[in-house]
Design a protein around this ligand. Sequence first.
Ligand SMILES: [Zn+2]
Length: 304
Amino acid sequence: MRVPTSLLAGATAVAVVVGVAGTTPAQARTVPAAADLVAADPPEIPGSAALVHLTELNKVAEQNGGTRAHGRPGYKASVDYVERTLKAAGFTVNVQSFTQGGATGYNVVAEWPQGDPDNVVMIGAHLDSVPAGPGINDDGSGSAAVLENALTVARAQLKPTSRMRFGWWGAEEVGLVGSSHYVKSLSADEKKKIKTYLNFDMVGQKNIKSWGIYSDSPDITPIWKQYFDAKKLQTRSINWAGSTDHSPFKNAGIKVSGIGDDADPCYHARCDNMTNVGETSMGHASSAIALVFWKLAGAQRQVG
Ligand SMILES: [Zn+2]
C-alpha cells in the first residue's frame, strides 16, 4: 500500500533512535502527508453524459450494417471509440485480442494509475451486441456507464486507497468469451489482487420499474440500496449466474456484484436502439455505480 510503505520505514527508524517515545515523532511526521487526502464523495453523474457514449455506439452500428456483434466491423469500431475516449482522458489502454468462431474479438482494459496495485476494484460491461441490432441497452448502456465512470475518476483526479480498473468485454453474446479469456489470462497472483468485480449489463432501459441487484454479495447489496432507496427507486435481488460477465470472475473465486434489469421489450431485437434507453435510467445507473465503486475503492482526493 502506498501510505504504509513510507509509514513503516519512518516508524522503524524513529523507534530505533528514541524507543517507546518514538510513536509521537513518527505520527507528527506522517500526519501532515495523510491529511492532504480526504474521503471523496461520488458525484451524481448526469444521464446526458452517458447518452453521449450511447449516441456514438449507435452511430457505429448504423455505419456498420446495424450491429456491433462479435466479428462484425461494428464491434471493432466500438472498441476504437472506447479506446480513443479513454486515451483522450489520459488513460493507458490495453486492448486484448482473442479468437472466437474464426473471428478476432477484443477486450478493452484500463486502469487509473493511483492506489494500491495489489488491491484492485474492477468495473466492467460487455461491449458487443447481438447481430439483430445495435445493442444500445444490451449492453451499450453498461459500456457507456462504465466509460463515463472512468472519465469521472480521471476528472476528479482521485487518489483511491485501492486501484480502480475498467473492462469492456468482447463476445459476451456468444458465451461470455471475452471476460472468460481475460480471467484465464490472469496469473493466480493477479486474480488474487482483484478484490471485487462489479458487472453492468442492461442498465439503461427507459422504463425500468425495479433495479435488480446481483444476489452474489449480500454485503454489497446495502451499498446499492443506499443509492436507490435515497431516490425512492424499487430494487430486487437477481441471480444472473452464467448469463453475464461476472460469472467467470466468480468462478475464479473473485467477489462479484452488479445491477441490471432484463425486463426489456427490445431484448436482442432490432429496436434495442436509442429509443429503448432513457437519460434518467442512465443517470441512475452511472451514479449508483459511482457510489458503490468509490466506496469499495476507498476514494480520496488531494486537498490544498
Ligand atoms: Zn448483455
